[in-house]
Design a binder for this molecule. Structure first.
Ligand SMILES: [Fe+2]
Length: 589
């Protein structure tokens, strides 16, 4: 069976293609359109997925949309009416948005793709999150926890999944928490209050939290209250997201926490005001962790299962994931590389395959590399035309050469094979650098990523070596496979890993198995032979505000616009000539 999954129209659109139960291709629209978090209907991603498999839309057995649009319309209408008359201003824009795009998803899909309407299916949004988490994890039975801002009505669900020996698959939902009570909305509200972009900069709140103390935790607990049944409820007096699209927090929220941050002023945690913002970030982070650990702990008791799969945007909170692993009683915690809405395209397709069409169970390869593949020839052409020096080296020579560069303090752009699906660079679209000098972090922030100082960089390390450097609990190395957990750097290594150790002594480490990205693994070993430490700083290959590069030519243009010294695509290596003039986008677009 050939099934296309689509997520679109909210945030970070994507398409994924599943053939005979296994993913063939999956990509976010932003990687192709080059518009960060592109939410438009993912025509480019769909076309690319179909091309990759040599299919036409008519060949598809089903197209699955990642939410039930009518239910979502119902939620928007109902919550708008319930908040009436406070919400009358938000009414026209909310309804227009729904009428314009979401409720007519079936018609849009049918007309864009030319597939019969009866081949278009819909999954519940959190079912897609649950499937993306459970059906891609290397486990046969697991508890499932999903949490995000909102889908149709659900904002958090708990349940369990099973893949039985006779090839059947079941995903059972036990309970859900409904909009407007939402941990995602709580976190996004604080994200907005702290002057960051909602649905994009939540990880900045997590980074900032490490600089503060949870001094406002009691205030946060007033805003989000625990209920007797172990759930939680938001006190809506503190919020405005359900009544207006303009601002997510209310004036009572400001009375409780003080004035919001001006987004145009930098945060200086050395000032009382900067500390207040860091403390508020630390407080919401602490309360979020508390609630998630609690819910996970009771899910563990209720199901008795050893494994937990977490999905939904909240699963990008790798500090919370590590606490869930440490404190909830589950032996293993799995988070997919794309737990957010983009990953729902894959989740929706897998859900339709296993549950709706009852196709036999299949193992899904445990890696994130489902996107466009690098063409090293493209880099060679661009570099040659641009007058840059290009070398083509076989793998052993290339790895030795690049390890020398890294050991000499050079920053390397690393393009290899297929693009990652999801927000993180896990070894195929990375900027790599020495992990030791703290000055490297500052240089990357200043000359390459153009971003705030308080955001940490992450290390990548061969899995066999990880325990020596990082304090990983049982199950920690597997949670760190896709950078989904934050763990302490062992104190004796913090100085030698200064560029990748956060202010609180932790790191969002990626533990690399050779089979997942063999060339990066071999590079780590070559670097380790030179420095005694097989660890590299690994950050996504993009500049601030831009999507991660997909094609070699995009990598090349980024390389020419920032302080990357050496660029590698497949077996092609380009070393920057300092005096060369900057290349223009137009030349290669
Ligand atoms: Fe979601």
């Amino acid at each position: 069976m050939k099934i296309l999954g689509i997520s679109a129209h909210y945030h970070d659109s994507a398409a994924a293609l599943v053939v005979d139960g296994v993913p063939i291709a999956a990509v976010q629209e932003e990687r192709l359109s080059r518009r960060k978090n592109d939410a438009s209907f993912p025509l480019g991603a769909i076309e690319w997925c179909l091309d990759r498999a040599g299919l036409e839309p008519a060949d598809l057995d089903a197209v699955v949309f990642y939410e039930r649009s009518m239910l979502k319309f119902d939620r928007t209408l109902t919550s708008t009416l319930r908040a009436f008359p406070r919400s009358w201003r938000s009414f026209p824009s909310a309804i227009k948005n729904m009428l314009g795009e979401k409720v007519w998803a079936r018609g849009i899909i049918a007309s864009y793709l030319g597939v019969p309407r009866d081949r278009i299916l819909f999954t519940a949004h959190h079912a897609a999150h649950a499937a993306a988490a459970f059906l891609t994890a290397p486990t046969k039975r697991a508890a499932i926890l999903t949490a995000d801002g909102v889908g149709e009505w659900a904002t958090l669900t708990v349940g369990h999944g099973e893949r039985t020996a006779d090839g059947r698959t079941a995903i059972t939902l036990l309970r859900e928490i409904k909009y407007p009570h939402s941990l995602g909305m709580l976190y996004s509200t604080v994200t907005a209050y702290l002057g960051f972009a909602v649905n994009e900069d939540e990880y900045k709140v997590m980074g900032l939290a490490a600089y503060g103390r949870p001094a406002y935790a009691d205030q946060v607990r007033k805003v989000v209250r625990r209920t007797a049944d172990g759930a939680f409820t938001l006190d809506l007096d503190y919020f405005d997201f359900h009544t207006t699209a303009k601002r997510s927090y209310s004036s009572r929220f400001l009375d409780l926490f003080g004035p919001a941050r001006n987004p145009y002023e930098p945060i200086d945690v050395g000032t009382p005001e900067g500390r207040r913002f860091a403390d508020i970030a630390a407080s919401v982070q602490a309360v979020l962790e508390e609630i998630l650990v609690d819910i996970a702990r009771s899910l563990r008791r209720e199901t008795g299962l050893a494994d937990l799969c977490i999905g939904g945007g909240v699963a990008l909170n790798s500090v919370a994931n590590a606490r869930i692993l440490n404190e909830s009683g589950f032996d293993r915690v799995f988070v997919p590389p794309a737990p957010g809405d983009a990953g729902c395209s894959l989740g929706a397709a897998l859900y339709a395959d296993r549950i709706y069409f009852r196709q036999p169970d299949r193992d899904v390869p445990d890696h994130p590399f489902w996107g466009p593949v690098i063409d090293p020839g493209e880099l060679a052409r661009a570099a040659t035309e641009d007058g840059q020096s290009l070398e083509e080296l076989d793998d052993p020579a290339l790895l030795e050469r690049v390890a020398d560069d890294l050991a000499a303090g050079r920053v390397v752009g690393w393009l290899d094979g297929a693009c990652e699906f999801g927000p993180r660079a896990l070894g195929h679209r990375s900027i790599l650098a020495a992990p030791q000098p703290a000055a490297m972090r500052d240089r990357l922030n200043r000359d390459i990523k153009f971003r705030e100082e308080f955001r940490p960089f992450a290390p990548v390390v061969p899995i066999e070596y990880a325990h020596r450097l990082f304090d990983l609990p049982p199950g920690g190395a597997s949670l760190a496979r896709f950078m989904s957990g934050v763990f302490p750097v062992r104190p004796e290594w913090r100085e030698r890993l200064a560029a990748v150790t956060h202010v609180d002594g932790t790191a969002r480490v990626q533990t690399l198995e050779r089979a997942m990205a063999p060339r990066l693994y071999d590079l780590l070993e070559a670097y380790g032979r030179r420095t005694g430490l097989p660890v590299l700083l690994n950050t996504s290959f993009n500049l601030a505000g831009e999507p991660i590069v997909a094609r070699a030519v995009e990598g090349y243009l980024t390389f020419r616009r920032c302080g990357i010294d050496v660029l590698v695509a497949g077996n092609a290596v380009v070393t920057k000539r300092v005096a060369a003039p900057a290349a223009s986008i137009k030349e290669y677009a």
